[in-house]
Design a protein around this ligand. Structure first.
Ligand code: ADP
Ligand code: MG
Length: 313
């Protein structure tokens, strides 16, 4: 498949000393929703800004659509839509006028532009707010406007830098659905976030970074296969005793068994029959349990096992 973005061994220091990117390499293929996942300060925005030639970097190479990107690459830039982490819209323009302005930077035909602006408004669900000014919008609606402004010209590559930070759940779902639609309509997406749930929800390919360095990449299944945790089983047991917790911790494939009051948490290595083995064990020991469920590891578990710390500070 065609590479839309190829970053090779990118290094970037701020103020000549602070290393924000450390030999970072990644590749985004055509048609992907590519997730760049990492905690705050890991270098996501720096990567995006280098990619867009908005920042100089020390060494490495960046190709977009197979070409070297420079600050003068207008032909490349017109095929990219960017939604920056900080909302950037005009306070004195309405929702409609803002989108029309940004779309007008690339789409000169008025009839076509009108259609594109309407499409963008529909995509983010701002139909009722066309005549509103930015200051009249809630945080979530403002973010949706910011996205509409970045994508209205129907670019081939769309880069969104943490578009859902501090938005309400309704706007968040609207934004994620909109991104999926843009992708279904043919756009390649680069999506940065520190929320692992979002990446699990929408991204086909994921790169996890920490301290400016790629620590793992792959599909979410591939990432989960990198770690020893295979599944996590949670059980509610009446009169749970320490003795039982200890016994469970010695069962086959169990990495650890811990409890909090009457809830037992069992972390298993990968295995076909972990849940049924545990149920059999509980039955043969006459243990009464109410709730029992098994979960696959999350990307947070992956991050935790690879770096020794959680994704959230
Ligand atoms: P992220 O987007 O993943 O939160 P950033 O790319 O913004 O991370 O930042 C990476 C690191 O570089 C952070 O430690 C941050 O403090 C530092 N940094 C970012 N921008 C600047 C800047 N303009 N000057 C100095 N340091 C910066
Ligand atoms: Mg950032």
């Amino acid at each position: 498949m065609e590479n839309i973005v190829e970053i090779k061994e990118l290094n970037k220091t701020y103020d000549g000393k602070y290393k924000a990117l450390d030999n970072l390499s990644l590749r985004v293929k055509k048609g992907e929703i590519f997730g760049l996942l990492g905690p705050n300060g890991s270098g996501k925005s720096t990567t995006i800004n280098c990619l867009l030639s908005l920042l100089n970097y020390d060494s490495g190479s960046i190709k977009i659509f197979g070409k070297e990107m420079t600050p003068e690459s207008y032909d490349i830039k017109s095929k990219i839509g960017v939604v920056f982490q900080d909302v950037a819209v005009f306070a004195e323009l309405t929702v409609y006028e803002n989108i029309n302005y940004f779309c007008g930077l690339y789409i000169f035909d008025k009839t076509q532009r009108k259609q594109y602006v309407e499409d963008a408004i529909k995509l983010v669900g701002l139909e009722e707010f066309k005549k509103f000014y930015p200051k009249q919008l809630s945080g979530g609606l403002l973010r949706r406007l910011n996205i509409a402004c970045g994508v209205a010209h129907k670019p081939e590559l769309i880069i969104l830098d943490e578009p859902t930070v501090a938005v309400d759940p309704q706007s968040r779902n609207n934004i994620l659905d909109g991104i999926k639609k843009l992708n279904e309509n043919g756009a390649t997406i680069i999506y940065t976030t520190h929320y692992m749930e979002e990446v699990e929800q929408i991204c086909k390919k994921i790169v996890i970074i920490d301290s400016g360095h790629v620590i793992a990449s792959g599909t979410k299944e591939e990432l989960k296969n990198l770690i020893s945790t295979g599944e996590k089983i949670t059980i509610t047991i009446e009169n749970l005793t320490q003795e039982l917790v200890d016994k469970v911790s010695k069962l086959k494939n169990v990495i650890s068994a811990t409890n909090e009051n009457e809830t037992l948490y069992v972390i298993y290595k990968k295995g076909e029959d972990n849940l049924s083995n545990l149920v059999d064990f509980l039955k043969s020991n006459n243990v009464k349990y109410s709730k029992i469920f098994s979960e696959l590891p999350s990307l947070n578990d992956v991050f935790l096992e690879l770096t020794g710390k959680g994704l959230r500070d």
